[in-house]
Write a protein of this length. Structure first.
Length: 358
């Protein structure tokens, strides 16, 4: 079996970060989302992975390399225009050959893995097997209507009156039968080749298409709120690991202090991860916080947040629910008006400078 990972989307909901980096490289628990995806695929025993990339493909290639570091073999497949998920399958036809494959959207996080579903697909080999998840509002998703035995009866893309609460969540298993379906469909009203149309074509041809409901944590990391929630979820699984230096500092709970990181006269409350080369000085780092590599935090209080590599934060109290971009600077400014204390929420992109009231 091979894998096809889709990483060409623009990520408009994650601006300003997606102006300067692919959304799939946003870090969760100090590791790019796409690296978590590749690890999930590798855990299935799959070694050949094709990654569909857009105009920022070189950044993705720089981050993941040829896959050796991650225990796999990565092939990059350029998509010059976003023409739909089924178009990605067509682009990857030569890479996929006549092998079964899993198609995985590169911004989806399923930290509990999909091993059981993969084994079920391999044992029964339906023409296609979709992964579904119960959602409160199915109108924003492709929705699966099932027969009682778990076979797919119908797929509908973003229905205004959903017949089911089972949403397609961006992981699909296919046999080579999908290639005939992709070749047979026409672009949708929005000008894209829809994978739901291709799977529906298989259903109407009489092929077996099954659905597996995912019971673990799932998140499409398409918004700041989703990224922060996913970061919290993954940090809940970390264990205490202090490889850096503590100087008159206190650690409580599960905290990862990477090699070369220093905490000076500070308190860190887990779950939290502090990247290599980072300095935490006279500061408080609270739960559900990831601080990247080579950051500097001085006289700062931060929790439930993410700081990307090279961020510098000084003299700022009460940062909460924030994402600070790479090499961004946040510090205090003198103000003359009186005001109460409170928490700040900042979502700022790479190389930004922000001043807030001290």
């Amino acid at each position: 079996m091979k894998a096809l990972v889709l990483s060409g989307g623009a990520g408009t909901r994650l601006r300003p970060f997606s102006y300067s980096m692919p959304k799939q490289l946003i870090p969760v628990a100090n590791k790019p989302v796409l690296e978590h995806v590749v690890a999930n695929i590798r855990d299935l025993g799959i070694r050949e992975i094709g990654i569909i990339v857009g105009e920022r493909g070189q950044q993705i290639a720089d981050a993941l390399g040829d896959g050796t570091r991650l225990g796999c073999d990565i092939t990059y497949l350029p998509q010059h225009q976003p023409l739909g998920l089924a178009h990605c399958v067509a682009l990857a036809r030569d890479f996929l050959g006549d092998d079964d494959f899993v198609m995985y959207l590169g911004d989806n996080m399923l930290p509990q893995g999909i091993g059981e579903i993969a084994r079920d697909f391999s044992a029964n080999r339906p023409a296609a097997q979709v992964v579904v998840y119960k959602v409160d509002d199915p109108r924003a998703f492709g929705v699966a209507e099932l027969w009682p035995d778990g076979r797919v009866r119908r797929l509908v893309e973003k229905p205004q009156e959903p017949v089911s609460d089972l949403a397609l969540i961006g992981v699909y298993f296919f046999t080579p039968a999908i290639h005939a379906a992709v070749a047979a469909i026409q672009p949708s009203a929005r000008g894209e080749l829809e994978i739901t149309d291709a799977i529906q074509w298989l259903v109407e041809r009489g092929d077996t298409v099954r659905a597996s409901e995912y019971g673990g944590y799932w998140k499409d990391t398409g918004t700041v709120e989703d990224v922060l929630d996913c970061n919290r979820e993954l940090l809940d699984g970390v264990r205490l690991a202090v490889h850096g230096t503590l100087e008159d500092s206190q650690i409580t709970g599960a905290v990862v202090l990477e090699a070369g990181a220093r905490a000076v006269r500070s308190r860190i409350v887990g779950p939290a991860v502090i990247g290599a080369g980072t300095l935490i000085e006279d500061s408080y780092v609270g739960p559900a916080t990831s601080i990247g590599r080579d950051c500097v935090l001085r006289d700062t209080h931060i929790d439930y947040s993410i700081a990307l590599d090279g961020a510098r934060i000084s003299d700022v109290k009460g940062l909460h629910g924030s994402i600070i971009g790479r090499a961004a600077t946040v510090d205090s400014a003198e103000v003359r008006t009186d005001g109460g204390t409170g928490r700040h929420r900042l979502v700022i992109g790479d190389h930004t400078r922000i001043e807030v009231a001290a």
